[in-house]
Design a protein around this ligand. Sequence first.
Ligand code: NDP
Ligand code: PYC
Length: 343
Amino acid sequence: MPSMHDSQTTRTISFADLTELLRQIFVRHGTSPEVARVLAANCAAAERDGSHSHGIFRIKGYLSSLAAGWVDGQAEPKVEDVGAAFVRVDAMGGFAQPAMQAAKALVIEKARNAGIAILAIRNSHHFAALWPDVEPFAQEGLVALSVVNSMTCVVPHGAQKPLFGTNPIAFAAPRADGQPIVFDMATSAIAHGDVQIAAREGRMLAPGMGVDRNGMPTKDPKAILDGGALLPFGGYKGSALSMMVELLSAALTGGNFSFEFDMSTSPGAQTPWTGQVIIVIDPDKGSGQAFAERSEELVRQMHGVGQQRMPGDRRYRQREQSLKEGIVLSADDLERLEALARV
Ligand code: NDP
Ligand code: PYC
C-alpha cells in the first residue's frame, strides 16, 4: 500500500522533539504552559502511533479555535469531589485533557477504594483521539471506559437530518503478557477527521458512510463535508451507542449535546464544546481471579480461532517503529510546524 508520503519529501523527527515543538506552538498561540504540555503530549502520541486523523493534522484547528476565542487555552479546571465514586470537573471552556489530568489522581484513589470511579467532565473541548485518555489507566492495572460527544454531523438511524456527533467510545484493559487491550472507535461509520483527509487526498470512501446535502448516499467525502452528513456504523446498533454517548457525555455531565452549540457564531472555531465521561474500574475487586491473566487467556483464545490482529496492535506496532526510527512527516508539514513555533 502506498504510504501517505510517497510522493513527498519527508523528514524524520523524534517523539521527544515533536512533543517539544508542539508544546512551543501551543504556548505561542495562547495556552497556559500546563495546557500546552498536555495537548502536545496527546497530539505527538497520536502522530507517533499513526492516529493521523488526530495528530498534527489537528494543529490548524486547535490554533484557529484558540485565535477565535472559542476555546480558553488558559482555563483552569475546577475539580469537585461529589461522592465516594464520583468526581466532577468543570473544564471552564478549556480542553478536556487538562481537565482530566487535574482530576486523575483523585479518580484513581476513588477507583482503588470503591472499586469504581466516574469522572464527569463538562464545559470542555475534545479534539483528539480518545485512546490516550484510557490507555494509561490500563498501564496501572485498571480498566477504563470513556465516551465523548462531538458536533452534529451524524444522522440517527431512520432519521432524515444529522443530530449526533461522531461520538467515540474507548476501552482499555490490562493483560498479563502484552500491551493493554485498547479499542477506540467512532460510532459513526467513519471519523469526521478521516473524511477530511480523504477529501484532501482526493479519495472516495467505501459505500454506506455518508449522504450528500439531499440525503442521498454518496462515497464522495467532499459531498459529505459540503452540507452532507455521516451515518452511524452498524445501522440502528451504532446509532443506539451514539445516543448512549450523548446521554453520558452531556446529560450526565451537564455538558452540551452535540447539537447544543453553534460554532458558526465564532469564525475559525473547530473544537466541539461538549462533555466527557471516564469510568475507571479496579478489577482486583471483581472475581478474585487475576484479571490480567484472564484477559491474556481471552487474547490467546481469539488468536487460537484465527483473529491475529487485535484492536490496538496497529498502533503499538507503529509506536515501536516511531520510537526506534523516529516519526516520518512530510517536509512541508514539519516546516509549517516549525514556522508556527516561531510566530
Ligand atoms: P478505526 O475504525 O480506525 O479503528 C477503530 C478501532 O478498531 C481501533 O481500536 C482499531 O485498532 C481497531 N481496528 C481497526 N481495524 C481492525 C481490524 N481489522 N481488526 C481488529 N481491530 C481493528 O477508528 P475510527 O475511525 O472509528 O476513529 C478514529 C479516531 O477518531 C479515534 O481515535 C477516535 O477517538 C477519534 N475520534 C475522536 C472524536 C472526538 O470527538 N474527539 C470523534 C470521533 C472520532 P488500531 O488503533 O490498532 O488501529
Ligand atoms: O474525527 O469525528 C472526528 C472528530 C470530531 C471531533 C474531533 N474529532
